[in-house]
Design a protein around this ligand. Structure first.
Ligand SMILES: [Zn+2]
Length: 434
């Protein structure tokens, strides 16, 4: 058994992320603009701030909530050519389109040594717009994900103007946990130049990080209240149990269910109604978290506590599909997925007459990609774990566990980094004492 290798049939090729990106094919730029214009129509108001005289090349950084983000981006950037940093799974069976469209194919939450060079090619050689979604997945609850400071380091290294697209309403219109059923919500996108070349040169990584986080920040439920948006669709709470998986009344996990506008804990029987103004209201009058992101953050705090007191551990049987290249998903059958502070993620299974073990330690993963309804393989919840040359899409057998796995990945990483920092400080102190 080889670590991080599956015994594939001979001749199978892995996608080469070291490939030089192509310049976006001119017809695509035009085609995407026309299609986006038709699909988005008058649903979104685009506001440009501090954008006078800004022309490609520049580094475009966007928040990420829903598929429509790509279409709005196309309207905002036209007529410039754009190269998106994208995940290989989004172009399943369409690898050639991904390349013609100028995309830089990447495996999520891996350290890719070729990424910086590809970004430099886009900005310096093609003079195009380089577009990135640093959250790396649609927002689960309509708030900004943790942004690592590696983004600010990349900005500093590239040395170009930075423009931020901040979308509003896109999550409320098609929440990640029930994206197939759309709601009628007005959308508003701001396109702002937040840093010019001189700022990038003069400001520290810490200062740039703060500017980016402030510019990207969003809270969809606050946007709903501030703009007095009523979501009247009767199915508005359906699927929210995938994110709000823990009952704040009895603390039980994974026994929440939803239907219509109601969320219910099947363990203690407590029920909540998602009101038309976006507030959650307990039917017994004792509401723990009217503002939904507060419920989400309470769950995260509970996972953080488990991580800190050493009780966090996850294990389940999963159905695994791998994606060595963009041509197909390969069913690898059942395997065991484990997640712990000591070993990070491990997937242990058997394929084509040989055992395999995939390992991703905590320190290399500041987040993980999860899906609530994955359209490419099976419309169900899954977690995607990538190595530098393969991706493993795992469908847990247990219900509603992926949100907690996502929290745990972030919290275990945070803890590991904190420990590393403390160790380094101690070594420094010891050295100074001597
Ligand atoms: Zn309960």
């Amino acid at each position: 058994m080889q670590l991080n290798k599956v015994n594939y049939k001979k001749g199978l090729k892995h996608y080469n992320t070291a490939k030089k990106p192509k310049k976006q094919f001119w017809l695509f730029k035009w085609l995407m603009y026309i299609v986006s214009k038709i699909l988005v129509g008058k649903q979104c108001k685009i506001e440009k701030i501090n954008m006078e005289g800004v022309k490609a090349p520049y580094f475009l950084i966007c928040n990420h909530m829903s598929f429509i983000d790509f279409e709005i981006n196309s309207l905002c950037t036209y007529p410039a050519r754009v190269n998106n940093i994208t995940t290989l799974e989004s172009y399943y069976r369409r690898g050639f389109l991904m390349e013609l469209n100028g995309c830089i194919g990447k495996r999520k939450f891996t350290t890719d040594p070729h990424l910086v060079k590809a970004c430099e090619t886009v900005l310096n050689e093609y003079k195009s717009v380089l577009c990135m979604y640093p959250e790396a997945r649609f927002s689960p609850i309509g708030t900004l994900a943790i942004i690592p400071d590696t983004l600010a380091r990349l900005v500093k290294r590239l040395g170009h103007d930075v423009v931020v697209l901040n979308h509003h309403g896109n999550y409320l219109r098609a929440p990640f946990w029930n994206w197939r059923k759309k709601r009628k919500v007005p959308m508003h996108t701001t396109m702002t130049k937040v840093l010019d070349k001189k700022d990038v040169e003069e400001k520290s990584v810490g200062e740039i990080h703060k500017i980016l986080v402030d510019a990207l920040d969003y809270d969809e439920y606050k946007y709903q209240k501030d703009n007095n948006i009523k979501i009247t669709e009767p199915y508005r709470a359906e699927g929210i149990n995938k994110v709000l998986y823990q009952c704040p009344n009895c603390k039980t996990e994974y026994e929440m269910t939803s239907s219509g506008a109601t969320l219910k804990c099947n363990h203690c029987g407590k029920e909540w109604t998602l009101l038309e103004n976006g507030e959650m209201s307990a039917n017994d009058g004792n509401t723990e978290f009217p503002h939904i992101p507060d419920w989400f953050e309470w769950e995260r705090a509970n996972v953080r506590k488990e991580a800190e007191d050493g009780t966090y551990y996850f294990e389940d049987t999963v159905d695994v599909y791998s994606m060595p290249n963009t041509n197909h998903f390969i069913p690898l059958g059942e395997a065991t997925l484990k997640h712990s502070y000591k070993d990070g993620f491990t997937i242990e299974g058997h394929y084509n007459g040989e055992d395999y073990k995939i390992s991703r330690p905590v320190i290399g993963m500041n987040g993980v990609h999860i899906e609530y309804d994955y359209c490419y393989i099976r419309p169900d919840q899954c977690i995607q774990i990538s190595t530098t040359d393969d991706t493993f899409i795992c469908y847990p057998h247990k219900k509603d566990v992926v949100t907690k796995l996502s929290f745990a990945t972030e919290e275990l990483y945070r803890l590991k980094m904190l420990e590393k920092e403390q160790r380094q400080n101690k070594t420094r102190e010891n050295r100074e004492e001597k």
